[in-house]
Design a protein around this ligand. Sequence first.
Ligand code: GUN
Length: 281
Amino acid sequence: MILIDGKKAAEELREELKKEVSDLKAKYNKVPGLTVILIGDMAPSQIYVRNKEKSAKEVGLKSDVIRYPDSAEEKVILDKIKELNLDDTVSGILVQLPLPKHINKQKVIEAIHPSKDVDGFHPMNVGNLSSGYESSVPCTPLGCYLLIKKVEPNLNGKKAVIVGRSNLNGKPMTQLLLKENCTVTITHSRTKDLKGECLEADIIVAAVGIPELVKGDWVKKDTIVIDVGINKTDKGIVGDVAFDEVSKNAKALTPVPGGVGPMTIACLLKNTIDCFKRTQV
Ligand code: GUN
C-alpha cells in the first residue's frame, strides 16, 4: 500500500511556489499578496490563520492578517473587503470561516471580487469551475486532486466515488475529477447503499465529517482513498476512513493527520499566486 505523504507533497509544492514567487518578483518587481480576515477568537481558526500566515511568508508572499472581535458589524467587514478589492498590493482575500452568527456568509463571499477569491467560493468561480473554464478552485479539493494525480497521472475513465456533497469539498472535487474524464458518483447521508457504491470505486474521496465511516470491506484492491475528515474523538483526531482496516485493502491512502491537511494551505498559496498572475498584463 502507498501511504500518500501529504506533508512531503506540500513541501515540494511550496518549494516550486517559492521559486515562482522569486521569478515573479524579478519580472514585475512586486510579489503576490494574501490578506486574511479573521473575526472572533475561535481556537481552530486562530491556528489555521497563524499557519496560513507563516506559510505565505515562507514562500515569499506579502501576507497580512486583519483581526476583528466577535462583535464586529457586518458592514465593517463588507467595507474592508471593498477596500481590499481596490488595493493593488492584495492579490487574494480570504475570510476565515466559520463566521459569527450575525454575519451573513453569502454576503461576505459575494463581496470578494472573483479575481481575488482565493477560496474559490464566489458563485462566479463555482460556475466557471463547473463550466470547465479558468477559475479559482477551493483549496482542499485542489489539494486532494494533486495527491490523486501523484499516484495516478491518468484518470481517464476511472470511477470516482465522492462521499459528501458539500460546497467546500464534495461538489468542487466532482468538477475536478469530471475534467479528468472520471465517471463520478456523489454520495451523501441519504445514499441507499454507500458500501456498494464505494466497492465500485477506483478512487474514493471521503469528505463527510463522520469518524471512520469508510470501512475496510468497502474498498476493493487497487482503490486510491483520500481522507478529508478531521474528527475529534475520544481516541484523538481521526479521519472519515477507518485507517487500519482500509490500509489492508487500498492501493493508496492518505493518513490523518499528514495527508490532505498540509496540501490545503500549500494550495491556498498557489491560488494567491495564480490570482496575481491572472491580473498581470
Ligand atoms: N475554515 C475552514 N476551512 C476553510 C477554508 O478552506 N476557507 C475559509 N475561508 N475558511 C475555512
